[in-house]
Design a protein around this ligand. Structure first.
Ligand code: NAD
Length: 253
């Protein structure tokens, strides 16, 4: 077994408070493309044209038609992979406290994680931009774009677009967890989008061990993170979880 997998498991099994920060890469093995990297959505779409709040306000029909249409198709079909399942198992074992996710796909909750902070909101709910009424995405016919509420206002997803604030509660709780955890697992994020990418910095400054899981190095690698376990999140987290279970079993009287 890879030494870094063994080292990660050892750190987790002996930690007091573990928090995970996840990004789009953790859902790649579930068939959802990330924003950046090979096969990323940015190869197809210009972020400022489709994922900025100004784009949605200026031309909601265009944003819904191209970007959201694609997102809905992949997001609603996706199922949790070994990475989501492994993190849920680590919570069940009493090792992992909270997942802070930048993802809007709901896969951590579907896998069984019960304490998930959705830093960038989620795609499961829509909100009318006029009257504020909410509707479950699955209940709205997205073949009609832009989708409209009974008041004829346009629905938007409850995701945080570029140019928007992070929901206050998500930000405050994440900062608190980052500054009090003793291990932070950072999986599948390019660590470019702020302020999410600052959470590992807070954790490191507060004395936590920061462990990255990613096929590629990121701006955190070699500075903020103590080490990078290079590989796909599903494979790495599955192996780490199995090793944690083995260590816990060993400790049992
Ligand atoms: P990102 O797209 O910027 O970066 C993806 C990262 O995942 C890269 O570092 C890449 O090397 C890594 N990666 C690729 N395949 C992987 C795998 N199998 N296992 C582990 N890592 C892998 O993602 P980001 O940092 O989360 O930032 C982009 C923003 O896009 C986020 O805010 C998120 O809200 C949004 N987004 C969400 C989804 C989703 O909900 N699934 C999908 C696309 C984008």
């Amino acid at each position: 077994m890879d030494d870094l997998i063994r080292e990660t498991a050892r750190r987790l099994a002996t930690a007091r408070r573990v928090v995970a920060l996840t990004g789009a890469g953790i859902s790649v093995e579930s068939g959802i493309p990330p924003f950046r990297g090979p096969g990323g959505l940015w190869e197809k779409y210009d972020p400022m044209e489709f994922a900025h709040i100004d784009a949605l306000m200026k031309n909601p029909e265009k944003v819904w038609k191209i970007f959201m249409g694609d997102m809905k198709r992949v997001l609603l079909a996706a199922k949790p992979n070994d990475a989501h399942l492994g993190l849920a198992r680590l919570e069940f074992l009493g090792i992992l406290k909270t997942v802070i996710t930048q993802n809007v796909d709901g896969l951590h909750q579907m896998a069984g994680s019960t304490d998930v902070i959705e830093f960038h909101g989620n795609f499961a709910w829509l909100q009318c931009m006029d009257c504020g009424a909410r509707a479950e995405t699955v209940s709205v016919d997205l073949n009609i774009v832009p989708p409209r509420c009974a008041c004829s206002g346009i629905y938007r997803p409850e995701c945080v677009f570029f140019g928007e604030m992070i929901p206050r509660e998500a930000l405050v709780r994440s900062q608190e967890l980052a500054s009090t955890c003793d291990v932070m697992l950072v999986a599948g994020t390019s660590a470019i989008v702020q302020p999410a990418a600052f959470m590992p910095v807070i954790a490191r400054q507060a004395g936590a061990v920061v462990i990255e899981i990613n096929p590629e190095p990121t701006p955190l690698t070699g500075h903020t993170s103590h080490f990078l376990v290079q590989g796909k999140a599903g494979q790495v987290i599955k192996a780490v979880t199995a090793e944690v279970e083995r260590l816990l079993e060993e400790k049992r009287p």
